[in-house]
Design a protein around this ligand. Structure first.
Ligand SMILES: NC(=O)c1ccc[n+]([C@@H]2O[C@H](COP(=O)([O-])OP(=O)(O)OC[C@H]3O[C@@H](n4cnc5c(N)ncnc54)[C@H](O)[C@@H]3O)[C@@H](O)[C@H]2O)c1
Length: 439
Protein backbone atom coordinates (compact mmCIF):
# COMPACT_ATOMS: atom_id res chain seq x y z
CA UNK A 1 0.00 0.00 0.00
CA UNK A 2 1.33 3.40 -0.96
CA UNK A 3 1.95 5.68 2.05
CA UNK A 4 1.23 9.40 1.91
CA UNK A 5 2.22 12.48 3.82
CA UNK A 6 -1.06 13.75 5.16
CA UNK A 7 -1.92 16.93 7.01
CA UNK A 8 -5.21 16.97 8.95
CA UNK A 9 -6.37 20.45 9.94
CA UNK A 10 -8.61 20.51 13.02
CA UNK A 11 -7.90 17.91 15.70
CA UNK A 12 -11.36 17.63 17.26
CA UNK A 13 -13.72 14.65 17.39
CA UNK A 14 -13.43 14.10 13.62
CA UNK A 15 -9.91 15.36 12.88
CA UNK A 16 -8.22 13.50 15.72
CA UNK A 17 -9.96 10.24 14.87
CA UNK A 18 -9.27 10.73 11.14
CA UNK A 19 -5.60 11.56 11.72
CA UNK A 20 -5.06 8.70 14.14
CA UNK A 21 -6.80 6.14 11.91
CA UNK A 22 -4.94 7.32 8.79
CA UNK A 23 -1.69 6.89 10.74
CA UNK A 24 -2.87 3.43 11.77
CA UNK A 25 -3.24 2.65 8.06
CA UNK A 26 0.45 3.48 7.70
CA UNK A 27 0.38 7.07 6.46
CA UNK A 28 2.54 9.79 7.94
CA UNK A 29 0.10 12.20 9.56
CA UNK A 30 0.56 15.68 10.99
CA UNK A 31 -2.49 17.09 12.78
CA UNK A 32 -2.89 20.86 13.04
CA UNK A 33 -5.01 22.61 15.64
CA UNK A 34 -5.25 26.32 16.35
CA UNK A 35 -6.50 25.85 19.93
CA UNK A 36 -3.38 26.20 22.11
CA UNK A 37 -4.91 24.25 25.01
CA UNK A 38 -5.84 21.31 22.80
CA UNK A 39 -2.44 21.38 21.14
CA UNK A 40 -0.63 21.43 24.47
CA UNK A 41 -2.61 18.38 25.63
CA UNK A 42 -2.02 16.47 22.39
CA UNK A 43 1.69 17.20 22.46
CA UNK A 44 1.79 15.93 26.03
CA UNK A 45 0.18 12.72 24.67
CA UNK A 46 -3.16 13.47 26.33
CA UNK A 47 -6.37 12.91 24.38
CA UNK A 48 -8.60 15.96 24.94
CA UNK A 49 -11.84 14.11 24.15
CA UNK A 50 -13.49 10.95 25.43
CA UNK A 51 -13.63 8.44 22.59
CA UNK A 52 -13.52 4.72 23.43
CA UNK A 53 -10.75 2.80 21.65
CA UNK A 54 -8.89 5.88 20.42
CA UNK A 55 -6.13 5.76 23.05
CA UNK A 56 -4.48 2.54 21.89
CA UNK A 57 -4.10 3.73 18.30
CA UNK A 58 -3.12 7.23 19.41
CA UNK A 59 -0.21 6.08 21.61
CA UNK A 60 0.96 3.43 19.15
CA UNK A 61 1.14 5.79 16.19
CA UNK A 62 2.84 8.57 18.14
CA UNK A 63 5.39 6.05 19.39
CA UNK A 64 6.01 4.72 15.91
CA UNK A 65 6.50 8.25 14.57
CA UNK A 66 3.51 8.35 12.22
CA UNK A 67 1.42 10.86 14.17
CA UNK A 68 2.31 14.29 15.52
CA UNK A 69 0.71 17.62 16.33
CA UNK A 70 1.54 21.18 15.32
CA UNK A 71 -0.06 24.61 15.60
CA UNK A 72 -0.10 25.91 12.02
CA UNK A 73 -0.88 24.77 8.49
CA UNK A 74 2.57 26.03 7.40
CA UNK A 75 4.25 23.65 9.86
CA UNK A 76 1.78 20.87 9.15
CA UNK A 77 2.35 20.95 5.39
CA UNK A 78 6.12 20.90 5.65
CA UNK A 79 6.89 18.91 8.74
CA UNK A 80 10.51 17.82 9.05
CA UNK A 81 10.97 18.24 5.32
CA UNK A 82 7.97 16.08 4.37
CA UNK A 83 5.64 17.92 2.03
CA UNK A 84 1.96 17.15 2.56
CA UNK A 85 0.42 15.55 -0.52
CA UNK A 86 -3.07 15.51 0.96
CA UNK A 87 -4.65 18.00 3.35
CA UNK A 88 -7.84 17.02 5.18
CA UNK A 89 -10.02 19.87 6.39
CA UNK A 90 -11.72 18.78 9.63
CA UNK A 91 -12.42 22.11 11.32
CA UNK A 92 -15.74 23.00 12.91
CA UNK A 93 -18.63 24.34 10.83
CA UNK A 94 -20.85 25.64 13.66
CA UNK A 95 -24.32 27.07 13.13
CA UNK A 96 -24.89 30.80 12.86
CA UNK A 97 -27.96 32.33 14.53
CA UNK A 98 -29.97 32.01 11.29
CA UNK A 99 -29.18 28.28 10.97
CA UNK A 100 -26.63 28.63 8.17
CA UNK A 101 -23.17 27.08 8.60
CA UNK A 102 -20.27 29.30 9.61
CA UNK A 103 -17.61 28.35 7.07
CA UNK A 104 -14.99 30.89 8.06
CA UNK A 105 -12.65 28.22 9.46
CA UNK A 106 -12.89 26.25 6.19
CA UNK A 107 -12.01 29.39 4.23
CA UNK A 108 -9.07 30.16 6.53
CA UNK A 109 -7.67 26.66 6.01
CA UNK A 110 -8.12 26.85 2.22
CA UNK A 111 -6.19 30.13 2.16
CA UNK A 112 -3.39 28.77 4.35
CA UNK A 113 -3.10 25.60 2.25
CA UNK A 114 -2.94 27.63 -0.98
CA UNK A 115 -0.07 29.70 0.40
CA UNK A 116 1.90 26.59 1.37
CA UNK A 117 1.44 24.35 -1.68
CA UNK A 118 4.62 23.61 -3.63
CA UNK A 119 3.53 20.60 -5.69
CA UNK A 120 0.24 18.89 -6.65
CA UNK A 121 -1.91 18.89 -3.52
CA UNK A 122 -5.33 17.45 -2.81
CA UNK A 123 -7.55 19.35 -0.36
CA UNK A 124 -10.09 16.97 1.13
CA UNK A 125 -13.08 18.45 2.84
CA UNK A 126 -14.14 16.22 5.73
CA UNK A 127 -16.03 18.87 7.64
CA UNK A 128 -19.79 18.81 7.08
CA UNK A 129 -20.55 21.67 4.72
CA UNK A 130 -23.42 22.94 2.60
CA UNK A 131 -23.48 22.17 -1.11
CA UNK A 132 -21.23 24.41 -3.21
CA UNK A 133 -18.63 24.79 -0.46
CA UNK A 134 -16.20 22.81 -2.66
CA UNK A 135 -16.55 25.46 -5.34
CA UNK A 136 -15.79 28.19 -2.82
CA UNK A 137 -12.77 26.29 -1.51
CA UNK A 138 -11.56 25.95 -5.09
CA UNK A 139 -11.96 29.69 -5.74
CA UNK A 140 -10.21 30.55 -2.47
CA UNK A 141 -7.25 28.30 -3.21
CA UNK A 142 -6.99 29.69 -6.75
CA UNK A 143 -6.94 33.25 -5.37
CA UNK A 144 -3.99 32.64 -3.02
CA UNK A 145 -2.13 30.10 -5.17
CA UNK A 146 0.45 32.52 -6.51
CA UNK A 147 2.73 29.85 -7.92
CA UNK A 148 -0.11 28.24 -9.96
CA UNK A 149 0.58 24.92 -8.24
CA UNK A 150 -1.84 22.21 -9.48
CA UNK A 151 -4.45 21.10 -6.94
CA UNK A 152 -7.78 19.31 -6.58
CA UNK A 153 -10.60 19.75 -4.10
CA UNK A 154 -12.38 16.59 -2.93
CA UNK A 155 -15.47 16.20 -0.78
CA UNK A 156 -15.06 13.21 1.53
CA UNK A 157 -17.87 13.48 4.09
CA UNK A 158 -17.38 11.73 7.40
CA UNK A 159 -20.14 9.51 8.78
CA UNK A 160 -18.56 8.46 12.09
CA UNK A 161 -20.59 8.72 15.27
CA UNK A 162 -19.07 9.78 18.58
CA UNK A 163 -18.72 6.85 20.95
CA UNK A 164 -17.99 4.42 18.09
CA UNK A 165 -15.83 6.75 16.00
CA UNK A 166 -12.73 4.56 15.56
CA UNK A 167 -14.69 1.55 14.35
CA UNK A 168 -16.91 3.75 12.21
CA UNK A 169 -13.86 5.25 10.53
CA UNK A 170 -12.00 1.99 9.96
CA UNK A 171 -15.05 -0.10 9.06
CA UNK A 172 -17.53 2.30 7.49
CA UNK A 173 -20.72 1.35 5.64
CA UNK A 174 -19.41 3.34 2.69
CA UNK A 175 -16.77 5.85 1.69
CA UNK A 176 -17.78 8.76 -0.53
CA UNK A 177 -15.37 10.65 -2.78
CA UNK A 178 -16.78 13.73 -4.49
CA UNK A 179 -14.13 14.51 -7.10
CA UNK A 180 -13.46 16.66 -10.15
CA UNK A 181 -10.60 14.67 -11.68
CA UNK A 182 -9.49 11.04 -12.18
CA UNK A 183 -6.16 12.02 -10.60
CA UNK A 184 -7.85 13.01 -7.35
CA UNK A 185 -10.00 9.87 -7.38
CA UNK A 186 -6.94 7.64 -7.88
CA UNK A 187 -5.15 9.33 -4.99
CA UNK A 188 -8.14 9.04 -2.66
CA UNK A 189 -8.48 5.36 -3.48
CA UNK A 190 -4.83 4.86 -2.51
CA UNK A 191 -5.19 6.83 0.73
CA UNK A 192 -8.18 4.66 1.71
CA UNK A 193 -6.71 1.42 0.33
CA UNK A 194 -6.48 -0.07 3.83
CA UNK A 195 -10.22 0.33 4.43
CA UNK A 196 -12.53 -2.35 3.15
CA UNK A 197 -15.81 -0.66 2.31
CA UNK A 198 -17.90 0.16 -0.75
CA UNK A 199 -16.60 3.32 -2.41
CA UNK A 200 -19.03 5.69 -4.07
CA UNK A 201 -17.46 8.21 -6.42
CA UNK A 202 -19.54 11.26 -7.23
CA UNK A 203 -19.21 14.89 -8.22
CA UNK A 204 -18.39 17.27 -5.37
CA UNK A 205 -21.89 18.73 -4.96
CA UNK A 206 -23.56 15.32 -4.73
CA UNK A 207 -21.06 14.23 -2.07
CA UNK A 208 -21.77 17.36 -0.06
CA UNK A 209 -25.50 16.74 -0.24
CA UNK A 210 -25.09 13.04 0.68
CA UNK A 211 -23.85 14.11 4.12
CA UNK A 212 -26.56 16.68 4.80
CA UNK A 213 -29.28 14.42 3.41
CA UNK A 214 -28.09 11.42 5.45
CA UNK A 215 -27.99 13.25 8.77
CA UNK A 216 -31.30 14.97 8.10
CA UNK A 217 -32.87 11.63 7.22
CA UNK A 218 -31.65 10.01 10.44
CA UNK A 219 -32.94 13.00 12.40
CA UNK A 220 -36.27 12.59 10.58
CA UNK A 221 -36.47 8.95 11.66
CA UNK A 222 -35.88 9.95 15.29
CA UNK A 223 -38.50 12.69 15.16
CA UNK A 224 -40.92 10.35 13.43
CA UNK A 225 -40.77 7.79 16.21
CA UNK A 226 -40.93 10.54 18.83
CA UNK A 227 -44.13 11.81 17.22
CA UNK A 228 -45.49 8.24 17.14
CA UNK A 229 -44.56 7.95 20.83
CA UNK A 230 -46.57 11.10 21.59
CA UNK A 231 -49.64 9.50 19.94
CA UNK A 232 -49.04 6.23 21.82
CA UNK A 233 -48.90 8.14 25.09
CA UNK A 234 -52.27 9.78 24.37
CA UNK A 235 -54.05 6.46 23.75
CA UNK A 236 -52.15 4.07 26.02
CA UNK A 237 -50.41 2.13 23.23
CA UNK A 238 -46.81 0.93 23.53
CA UNK A 239 -44.36 2.64 21.18
CA UNK A 240 -41.75 -0.07 21.78
CA UNK A 241 -44.10 -2.63 20.23
CA UNK A 242 -45.07 -0.21 17.47
CA UNK A 243 -41.39 0.39 16.63
CA UNK A 244 -40.73 -3.33 16.68
CA UNK A 245 -43.62 -3.96 14.33
CA UNK A 246 -42.42 -1.24 12.00
CA UNK A 247 -38.76 -2.23 12.13
CA UNK A 248 -39.41 -5.83 11.15
CA UNK A 249 -40.28 -4.49 7.72
CA UNK A 250 -36.87 -4.52 6.05
CA UNK A 251 -37.83 -1.50 3.96
CA UNK A 252 -38.05 0.47 7.22
CA UNK A 253 -35.40 -1.24 9.37
CA UNK A 254 -35.22 -1.09 13.15
CA UNK A 255 -32.45 1.45 13.60
CA UNK A 256 -33.13 4.99 14.81
CA UNK A 257 -36.63 4.01 15.89
CA UNK A 258 -36.03 4.48 19.61
CA UNK A 259 -38.06 7.27 21.12
CA UNK A 260 -36.54 9.53 23.72
CA UNK A 261 -35.79 13.12 24.57
CA UNK A 262 -34.89 14.27 21.07
CA UNK A 263 -31.65 14.27 19.14
CA UNK A 264 -28.69 16.45 20.05
CA UNK A 265 -24.94 16.62 19.57
CA UNK A 266 -22.82 18.58 17.17
CA UNK A 267 -24.26 17.01 14.00
CA UNK A 268 -27.98 16.36 13.70
CA UNK A 269 -29.36 19.70 14.96
CA UNK A 270 -26.92 21.87 13.03
CA UNK A 271 -26.88 19.77 9.86
CA UNK A 272 -30.68 19.72 9.75
CA UNK A 273 -30.75 23.52 10.10
CA UNK A 274 -27.99 24.02 7.57
CA UNK A 275 -29.67 21.73 5.03
CA UNK A 276 -32.94 23.61 5.48
CA UNK A 277 -31.12 26.93 5.11
CA UNK A 278 -29.16 26.04 1.97
CA UNK A 279 -32.23 24.42 0.33
CA UNK A 280 -34.23 27.58 0.99
CA UNK A 281 -31.42 29.79 -0.24
CA UNK A 282 -31.33 27.80 -3.46
CA UNK A 283 -35.10 28.15 -3.89
CA UNK A 284 -36.66 25.09 -2.21
CA UNK A 285 -38.53 25.47 1.09
CA UNK A 286 -37.83 22.05 2.66
CA UNK A 287 -40.71 22.23 5.19
CA UNK A 288 -40.32 18.61 6.30
CA UNK A 289 -37.03 19.56 7.96
CA UNK A 290 -38.77 22.35 9.87
CA UNK A 291 -41.32 19.84 11.19
CA UNK A 292 -38.54 17.47 12.21
CA UNK A 293 -37.01 20.27 14.25
CA UNK A 294 -40.35 21.22 15.86
CA UNK A 295 -41.00 17.61 16.88
CA UNK A 296 -37.52 17.49 18.36
CA UNK A 297 -38.15 20.64 20.40
CA UNK A 298 -41.35 19.07 21.72
CA UNK A 299 -39.53 15.83 22.61
CA UNK A 300 -37.14 17.87 24.75
CA UNK A 301 -40.09 19.03 26.91
CA UNK A 302 -41.00 15.45 27.96
CA UNK A 303 -39.15 15.58 31.30
CA UNK A 304 -40.69 18.93 32.14
CA UNK A 305 -44.20 17.66 31.32
CA UNK A 306 -43.72 14.51 33.38
CA UNK A 307 -42.32 16.42 36.34
CA UNK A 308 -45.42 18.62 36.24
CA UNK A 309 -47.76 15.62 35.98
CA UNK A 310 -46.14 13.94 38.95
CA UNK A 311 -45.15 16.77 41.28
CA UNK A 312 -47.84 19.45 40.81
CA UNK A 313 -46.04 22.65 41.89
CA UNK A 314 -42.43 22.79 40.77
CA UNK A 315 -41.02 25.67 42.77
CA UNK A 316 -38.58 24.37 45.36
CA UNK A 317 -38.80 20.75 44.22
CA UNK A 318 -35.59 18.86 43.47
CA UNK A 319 -35.02 16.72 40.39
CA UNK A 320 -32.06 14.39 39.90
CA UNK A 321 -30.70 14.10 36.36
CA UNK A 322 -28.87 10.91 35.45
CA UNK A 323 -26.72 11.48 32.37
CA UNK A 324 -25.97 14.79 30.65
CA UNK A 325 -24.09 13.90 27.45
CA UNK A 326 -26.25 13.86 24.32
CA UNK A 327 -25.71 10.10 24.13
CA UNK A 328 -23.68 7.44 25.98
CA UNK A 329 -19.95 6.92 25.44
CA UNK A 330 -19.15 10.53 24.73
CA UNK A 331 -18.26 13.60 26.79
CA UNK A 332 -19.75 15.87 24.13
CA UNK A 333 -22.26 18.36 25.54
CA UNK A 334 -22.79 20.36 22.34
CA UNK A 335 -26.54 20.75 21.75
CA UNK A 336 -27.27 18.04 24.31
CA UNK A 337 -31.02 17.87 25.13
CA UNK A 338 -29.99 17.98 28.82
CA UNK A 339 -29.03 21.65 28.37
CA UNK A 340 -32.58 22.57 27.29
CA UNK A 341 -34.11 20.35 29.96
CA UNK A 342 -32.01 22.04 32.66
CA UNK A 343 -33.04 25.46 31.37
CA UNK A 344 -36.77 24.59 31.36
CA UNK A 345 -36.68 23.16 34.89
CA UNK A 346 -34.54 25.97 36.31
CA UNK A 347 -36.93 28.54 34.82
CA UNK A 348 -39.70 26.92 36.88
CA UNK A 349 -37.73 27.10 40.11
CA UNK A 350 -36.72 23.42 40.24
CA UNK A 351 -33.48 22.59 42.04
CA UNK A 352 -31.26 20.26 40.09
CA UNK A 353 -28.73 17.59 40.95
CA UNK A 354 -26.85 15.80 38.17
CA UNK A 355 -24.42 13.00 37.51
CA UNK A 356 -22.74 11.85 34.30
CA UNK A 357 -19.86 9.35 34.15
CA UNK A 358 -17.70 11.43 31.78
CA UNK A 359 -19.45 14.61 30.60
CA UNK A 360 -19.49 16.54 33.90
CA UNK A 361 -16.30 18.57 33.25
CA UNK A 362 -17.72 19.79 29.93
CA UNK A 363 -21.16 20.34 31.46
CA UNK A 364 -19.77 22.38 34.37
CA UNK A 365 -18.19 24.77 31.86
CA UNK A 366 -21.59 25.69 30.36
CA UNK A 367 -23.30 28.84 31.68
CA UNK A 368 -26.68 27.07 31.27
CA UNK A 369 -25.64 24.59 33.97
CA UNK A 370 -25.06 27.27 36.61
CA UNK A 371 -26.72 26.30 39.86
CA UNK A 372 -26.83 22.56 39.10
CA UNK A 373 -25.29 20.48 41.89
CA UNK A 374 -22.89 17.97 40.31
CA UNK A 375 -22.76 14.70 42.22
CA UNK A 376 -20.27 11.88 42.68
CA UNK A 377 -22.51 8.94 41.71
CA UNK A 378 -26.15 8.08 40.87
CA UNK A 379 -27.12 7.63 44.56
CA UNK A 380 -25.58 10.92 45.63
CA UNK A 381 -27.47 12.48 42.71
CA UNK A 382 -30.80 10.94 43.77
CA UNK A 383 -30.37 11.89 47.43
CA UNK A 384 -33.35 13.90 48.70
CA UNK A 385 -34.76 14.39 45.19
CA UNK A 386 -38.46 14.46 44.43
CA UNK A 387 -37.95 12.60 41.14
CA UNK A 388 -35.14 11.10 39.13
CA UNK A 389 -34.96 11.62 35.35
CA UNK A 390 -32.75 9.43 33.16
CA UNK A 391 -31.43 11.60 30.32
CA UNK A 392 -28.57 9.46 28.92
CA UNK A 393 -28.59 5.67 28.83
CA UNK A 394 -25.05 5.03 30.06
CA UNK A 395 -24.50 1.31 30.58
CA UNK A 396 -23.46 1.91 34.19
CA UNK A 397 -27.04 3.05 34.93
CA UNK A 398 -28.41 -0.32 33.81
CA UNK A 399 -27.78 -2.19 37.03
CA UNK A 400 -28.51 0.35 39.74
CA UNK A 401 -29.24 -0.92 43.23
CA UNK A 402 -32.97 -0.19 43.17
CA UNK A 403 -33.47 -0.64 46.90
CA UNK A 404 -30.73 1.86 47.65
CA UNK A 405 -32.08 4.26 45.02
CA UNK A 406 -35.56 4.09 46.53
CA UNK A 407 -34.18 4.72 49.98
CA UNK A 408 -32.27 7.88 49.01
CA UNK A 409 -34.98 9.46 46.83
CA UNK A 410 -37.50 11.64 48.64
CA UNK A 411 -40.21 10.37 46.30
CA UNK A 412 -39.72 7.12 44.39
CA UNK A 413 -40.47 8.59 40.97
CA UNK A 414 -38.44 7.61 37.92
CA UNK A 415 -38.84 9.43 34.61
CA UNK A 416 -37.09 7.27 32.06
CA UNK A 417 -36.44 9.56 29.09
CA UNK A 418 -34.64 6.81 27.15
CA UNK A 419 -36.95 3.80 27.73
CA UNK A 420 -33.95 2.13 29.29
CA UNK A 421 -35.59 0.20 32.10
CA UNK A 422 -38.15 -2.54 32.29
CA UNK A 423 -41.44 -1.02 33.43
CA UNK A 424 -42.53 -4.16 35.33
CA UNK A 425 -39.25 -4.36 37.22
CA UNK A 426 -39.34 -0.69 38.16
CA UNK A 427 -42.95 -0.78 39.33
CA UNK A 428 -42.29 -4.06 41.11
CA UNK A 429 -39.48 -2.32 43.00
CA UNK A 430 -41.96 0.27 44.23
CA UNK A 431 -41.32 3.15 41.86
CA UNK A 432 -43.78 5.37 40.08
CA UNK A 433 -42.32 4.81 36.64
CA UNK A 434 -42.89 6.84 33.45
CA UNK A 435 -41.27 6.20 30.08
CA UNK A 436 -41.68 7.71 26.62
CA UNK A 437 -44.74 6.45 24.77
CA UNK A 438 -45.11 3.30 26.86
CA UNK A 439 -48.00 2.61 29.23
N1 LIG B 1 -18.52 15.20 15.82
C1 LIG B 1 -19.05 14.32 14.99
O1 LIG B 1 -19.61 13.29 15.39
C2 LIG B 1 -18.97 14.55 13.50
C3 LIG B 1 -19.24 13.49 12.62
C4 LIG B 1 -19.16 13.72 11.25
C5 LIG B 1 -18.83 14.97 10.78
N2 LIG B 1 -18.60 15.99 11.66
C6 LIG B 1 -18.22 17.30 11.11
O2 LIG B 1 -16.81 17.43 11.20
C7 LIG B 1 -16.45 18.80 11.46
C8 LIG B 1 -15.64 18.86 12.74
O3 LIG B 1 -16.45 18.43 13.82
P1 LIG B 1 -15.83 18.08 15.24
O4 LIG B 1 -16.91 17.48 16.05
O5 LIG B 1 -14.56 17.35 15.06
O6 LIG B 1 -15.52 19.55 15.78
P2 LIG B 1 -14.50 19.96 16.93
O7 LIG B 1 -14.94 21.29 17.40
O8 LIG B 1 -14.38 18.84 17.92
O9 LIG B 1 -13.10 20.07 16.18
C9 LIG B 1 -12.75 21.12 15.31
C10 LIG B 1 -11.31 21.50 15.60
O10 LIG B 1 -10.85 22.41 14.61
C11 LIG B 1 -9.99 23.33 15.23
N3 LIG B 1 -9.89 24.50 14.35
C12 LIG B 1 -10.85 25.42 14.06
N4 LIG B 1 -10.37 26.32 13.17
C13 LIG B 1 -9.10 25.94 12.89
C14 LIG B 1 -8.09 26.46 12.03
N5 LIG B 1 -8.34 27.53 11.28
N6 LIG B 1 -6.91 25.83 11.99
C15 LIG B 1 -6.69 24.74 12.75
N7 LIG B 1 -7.60 24.20 13.58
C16 LIG B 1 -8.80 24.79 13.63
C17 LIG B 1 -10.63 23.60 16.58
O11 LIG B 1 -9.72 24.11 17.51
C18 LIG B 1 -11.14 22.19 16.95
O12 LIG B 1 -10.18 21.50 17.71
C19 LIG B 1 -17.77 19.55 11.52
O13 LIG B 1 -18.05 20.08 10.27
C20 LIG B 1 -18.78 18.47 11.88
O14 LIG B 1 -20.07 18.79 11.44
C21 LIG B 1 -18.65 15.80 12.99
Amino acid sequence: MEKFNICVVGAGYVGLVTGTCLAELGHHVVCVDSDPRKLKALRAKKIPIYEPGLDKLFYRNIKEGRLCFVGSVTEGMNHKGRRAQVVFIAVGTPPRADGSADLSAVEAVAEAVAKNMREYTVLVDKSTVPVETGEWVCKTVARFNKGAVPFDVVSNPEFLAEGTAVDDFLKPDRVVFGVTSPRAEALMRKVYAGIKAPVLVTDVKSAEIIKHASNSFLATKISYINAVAAVCEKVGADVALVAKGMGLDHRIGNMFLRPGLGFGGFCFPKDLEAFYWISKQKGYDFQLLKNVKDINEFAKTWVMRKVEENLWNLEGKTVALLGLAFKPNTDDMRFAPSVDIVRQLKDRGVRLRAYDPVAMPNAKALPAMKGVVFCRDPYDCAKGSDALALLTEWEEFRSLDLKRLRRVLRNPIILDGRNFYDAGQMRGAGFTYCSVGRP
